[in-house]
Design a binder for this molecule. Structure first.
Ligand code: ZN
Length: 124
């Protein structure tokens, strides 16, 4: 009955998780740094509130979608707004382009092996 298991399980999470769920990122784009109110400030704040409630992959895809709408420079722009890594956004866009073909719809994590379950192997 040791509590030593917790130490190992934290390590694998470090890779992808940028923000803890529930934490709201403050936009760092130029408009939000201005003193005067800018219409985009509220929008960006709302985006970050929304993003904070999504899980990792939903977050990635939503931000990728927003980046796609911006077009050129979208990844950098969205990176400033959401604090998400540019590479992560790029990856999200690629995943959307591939129609999330390799992504299961019903679970957050990919199944371990990644191969389709053809038939259950009879235990030898
Ligand atoms: Zn902003």
């Amino acid at each position: 009955m040791g509590a030593h298991i917790a130490a190992t399980s934290t390590k694998e999470r470090v890779q992808e998780t940028v923000l803890t769920t529930g934490e709201i990122h403050e936009c760092e784009c130029r408009n939000c740094q201005e003193r005067e109110e800018h219409p985009e400030q509220a929008l960006h704040r709302h985006m970050n509130v929304f993003v904070s409630r999504l899980n990792e992959q939903q977050r990635r895809w939503y931000v990728a979608l927003e980046s796609h709408k911006v077009g050129h420079g979208g990844d950098q722009q969205l990176s400033l707004i959401t604090g998400m890594n540019v590479e992560t956004i790029r990856r999200g866009r690629r995943e959307l382009e591939e129609s999330l073909a390799e992504r299961p719809t019903d679970r957050v994590r990919l199944p371990g092996g990644g191969r389709p379950s053809v038939k259950e192997k009879t235990p030898g």
